[in-house]
Ligand binder design. Structure first.
Ligand code: SF4
Length: 287
């Protein structure tokens, strides 16, 4: 049996902790074959397979992963699963969010949230950070990893904000990208979460993985993934959509061993590395 397609029983509860239970959004356009019951394993759902004589097809007949109705169903399900989601990084200003996002690279949000309260208590303003040498900051952020580079980025960003932007975090993508250590992902977090501007879509490891599993993109470069998603997700949804995928990636759609039997998106998802499936698996749909 192919790796990653091992059928297993759904959990007794049918849900994971922290995830809202939802009725699955009825699918109108996905025409994948229905799963059948195994006589050997009563109650176990088997992966549906095409007849042996059928020619190999990229997708089931009529199936378009980017069909607007399918995308609408995915968005509606995410809304039910993760209403009112926001950034998990603790912050009280655009500057604090910018710093926290820089520190979150290759680090968990939980770890960053343990570090930042003391950090912002010690250095209260962007001017305080700008007055530091990067080496002075290193001990305070050491536990977030890559602390030397992060210290240079935070101090460099603070100096640039003080010298070029009057001490205020700039509010445009173009200006944010001039700050040391700030690329599109960080800029999108600040613009979307603090300034409520949908200038782009945050593409982190969770968004990358789930967008590929759901066949919303076939790219693996973050900028190309963002461009693909911006084509199919309504602009007013960009910020929330990214937050929802990030939460889904943490709760259910894990990198290894996604909890597909508990996932309300299961009928819409044909990912090759699903752990449980009632619909056709697509080899191209993988994390
Ligand atoms: S069905 Fe599985 S792989 Fe697909 S989105 Fe849900 S958890 Fe992820």
């Amino acid at each position: 049996m192919p790796r990653g397609n091992m059928p297993r029983q759904p959990s007794r509860s049918g849900r994971q902790e922290g995830v809202r239970r939802v009725d699955r959004v009825p699918s109108k356009t996905v025409s994948a074959p229905k799963a059948r019951r195994s006589p050997a394993l009563p109650g176990t759902m088997l992966k549906a397979s095409a007849p042996k004589s059928a020619p190999k097809k990229k997708f089931a007949a009529g199936y378009n992963p980017l069909d607007p109705e399918r995308v609408r169903q995915i968005l509606a399900t995410l809304d039910q699963l993760y209403p009112n989601v926001t950034c998990a990084l603790t912050h009280h200003s655009a500057w604090e969010l910018l710093v926290a996002t820089i520190l979150s690279a290759q680090c968990t949000d939980a770890r960053v949230n343990m570090v930042t309260p003391g950090l912002f208590e010690k250095y209260r303003t962007v001017q305080d950070f700008a007055a530091l040498k990067p080496e002075q900051l290193e001990p305070d952020i050491r536990s977030t990893g890559f602390f030397r580079n992060k210290s240079k980025s935070v101090v460099g960003a603070a100096r640039k904000i003080v010298s070029d932007f009057g001490g205020e975090v700039p509010q445009t993508m173009e200006e944010l990208l001039t700050l040391p250590g700030v690329a599109r992902k960080t800029a999108n977090v600040v613009l979307g979460t603090w300034f409520k501007k949908n200038d782009g879509i945050v593409v982190d490891t969770h968004v990358t993985r789930i967008a590929r599993r759901l066949e919303l993109t076939r790219q693996d470069d973050p900028q190309k993934i963002e461009q693909d998603l911006m084509q199919i997700i309504p602009r007013e949804r960009w910020t929330d959509f990214a937050h929802q995928l990030i939460w889904h990636g943490r709760k259910l759609c894990l990198a290894r061993g996604p909890k597909c039997s508990d996932c309300a998106l299961e009928k819409l998802c044909h990912a090759a590395d699903k752990t449980w499936s009632t619909v056709e698996i697509h080899k191209g749909a993988k994390a």
